[in-house]
Design a protein around this ligand. Structure first.
Ligand code: TNX
Length: 529
């Protein structure tokens, strides 16, 4: 009798139409993806094999992700050699032209191989998630689905190094679990920066041990008068570590010298005097005597949504002891290279003092070993190529930043602000910059958005979520989805972009949003399926 090993006589099946569609609908779109069209099937016998340095946590991350969705308990093993079947993650065989964040993902009917440096493998795993049916994301595990992938080869590298989102935890406070979910959601689309806006007029959200009133008093409320809150240094470190496990760098922001009322309410000696600003966005009346305050005296806590009315006092060394302490303590618990000093909308800081403030920030941040980032207004100071400028509004600031040798993060309010309403019927959000429906959010190019900016001037793209009108995770998800995948694609994907092509892929992600329990806005512009 002739015995043939089961595997050698199995003929590769054709991929199902669903598996083929999944291969074609990845967001952000990979640099190149060539479909084979046969089928790989994940079963409870599939083994994950790991090879090379620093790959162990990625293997565990993959197993947890697959086990959660399938109910399997996949085995993980280590081997220098590629196995014949299963899933193989390797940092050893990485193609050096892929850089730190690129990866290759090859699917044959027997074997899935992801090769790259650790960050690259992590991004390869995000692509792999999207190649499976959306049910892979569901908990509790789906028991009836078959877990098929279409065969093919993907080679992928990001366009920009900075692909981020900002979460404003000052206007409304969000606890650690919400921030972790935010990290998970942005990492699903291969973003690598979480900019945390940790202080503003309405609240101070990070413990500074040498200035305890900042959180005890300054952190005690939020927009609308709710309870507020803050992160202890340990909790902040927990967020940073969680982000790092998803290859995300946390960029902490302390907004100075304006947007600072929460500190002025806590330490009156820092107060440069609260005034009604002469320019800027006046949406709420500030003339209440509780809010306007005299120089050198503590202000009242502020729970409205006006901007541009507060300033640190320049003419006292105490202010710089404060700034130094804050930058030192926060830098010490921030492993990433960046420190964001805000610098926006300092409408009641005298112009000459504003410039001197920026120059002092530059020295202080540098002395604490960090690279300074600031909103575009800082381009008025003595900045250089060590400083990164976040462009949000005025072209003139972006151009002067480039002139001084700084690189730009592109966050134009009319396109990239996640707090802008989709249209006039949106239940939350502001619209001072624009209404930004999903098509508009995707249909711009960081290079051509402003005149005189070249690709090499741009570090990347960041979509900020200001939270004046955003009170809980449902609100976050409603504004962030479905726009965020588009910003992720603008930051990651090489090649020309077309809304007509993208919207079809986005429409197919509805099943993923549902499986991930994301409360997204069902824009009529997208063909949801
Ligand atoms: C402008 S953009 C601000 C924020 C507000 C936002 C609301 C920028 C650097 N400053 O303080 O929250 O508008 O859309």
């Amino acid at each position: 009798m002739l015995l043939v090993a089961a595997s050698s006589c199995k003929k590769a099946k054709d991929a199902s139409p669903e598996a083929i569609a999944q291969f074609q609908n990845v967001i952000p779109k990979p640099d190149s993806a060539v479909l084979g069209g046969k089928a790989f099937e994940l079963t409870k016998e599939t083994t994950i094999t790991l090879s090379g340095a620093d790959v162990q946590p990625l293997g565990q991350y993959l197993a947890d992700m697959l086990n959660k969705g399938t109910g399997f308990e996949l085995a993980i093993k280590t081997s220098e050699k590629a196995p014949e079947s299963g899933i193989f993650l390797t940092t050893a065989a990485a193609d050096t032209t892929l850089g730190k964040e690129g990866y290759t993902l090859t699917v044959t009917d027997q074997l899935v191989t992801i090769a790259g440096q650790p960050a690259g493998i992590f991004y390869g795993l995000q692509t792999l998630r999207q190649l499976f049916p959306a049910a892979i994301e569901k908990t509790p595990a789906a028991t009836t689905a078959t877990w098929q992938l279409a065969t093919g080869t993907i080679r992928d590298v990001p366009l920009y190094a900075w692909r981020g989102s900002m979460l404003d935890v000052a206007r409304h406070f969000f606890g650690i679990d919400d921030v972790k979910r935010y990290i998970d959601l942005i990492s699903y689309y291969k973003m690598n920066i979480l900019h945390l806006h940790l202080s503003d007029d309405q609240g101070w959200r990070i413990e500074i041990k040498s200035w305890p009133q900042l959180t005890a008093h300054g952190g005690s409320t939020q927009v609308g008068g709710g309870k507020g809150g803050f992160y202890t240094q340990e909790q902040y470190s927990e967020i940073v570590a969680y982000a790092a496990s998803r290859f995300i760098t946390v960029v902490p922001e302390i907004d100075m010298p304006g947007h600072i009322n929460s500190a002025l309410a806590s330490y009156g000696e820092l107060n440069g005097g609260i005034q009604v600003p002469k320019e800027g966005r006046i949406e709420l009346d500030l003339s209440s005597p509780n809010v306007l305050g005299a120089k050198n005296k503590p202000t009242q806590l502020y729970t409205g949504i006006q901007v541009g009315f507060s300033t640190l006092r320049y003419d006292k060394e105490e202010t710089f002891r404060f700034i130094n302490d804050v930058v030192r303590e926060l830098s010490a618990i921030t492993p990433g290279p960046y420190f964001h000093v805000g610098g926006d909308e300092a409408h009641v800081t005298k112009k000459d003092e504003y410039i001197k403030f920026v120059n002092r920030f530059t020295e202080i941040v540098k002395a604490n070993g960090k690279k300074m980032v600031g909103w575009e207004e800082i381009a008025q100071g003595n900045i250089d190529n060590n400083v990164i400028v976040q462009h949000w509004n005025k072209e003139q600031h972006a151009l002067s930043a480039i002139d001084k040798g700084s690189k730009l993060i592109m966050s134009p309010a009319t396109k990239a602000y996640l707090d802008m309403q989709y249209d006039s019927t949106s239940r939350i959000g502001l619209h001072w910059a624009a209404y930004i429906d999903v098509d508009s959010a995707y249909s711009w190019d960081p290079i051509t958005y402003s005149h005189g900016i070249d690709q090499e001037d741009i570090l990347g793209v960041e979509a900020p979520l200001w939270t004046e009108t955003v009170a809980n995770m449902n609100d976050i998800e409603y504004l962030v989805f479905p726009r965020l995948p588009g910003y992720a694609e603008l930051g990651w994907s090489t090649g020309t972009k077309s809304w007509e092509e993208y919207k079809v892929r986005l429409g197919k992600h509805a099943a993923r949003f549902k499986a991930l329990d994301i409360d997204y806005y069902k824009s009529a512009k997208v063909p949801w399926v």
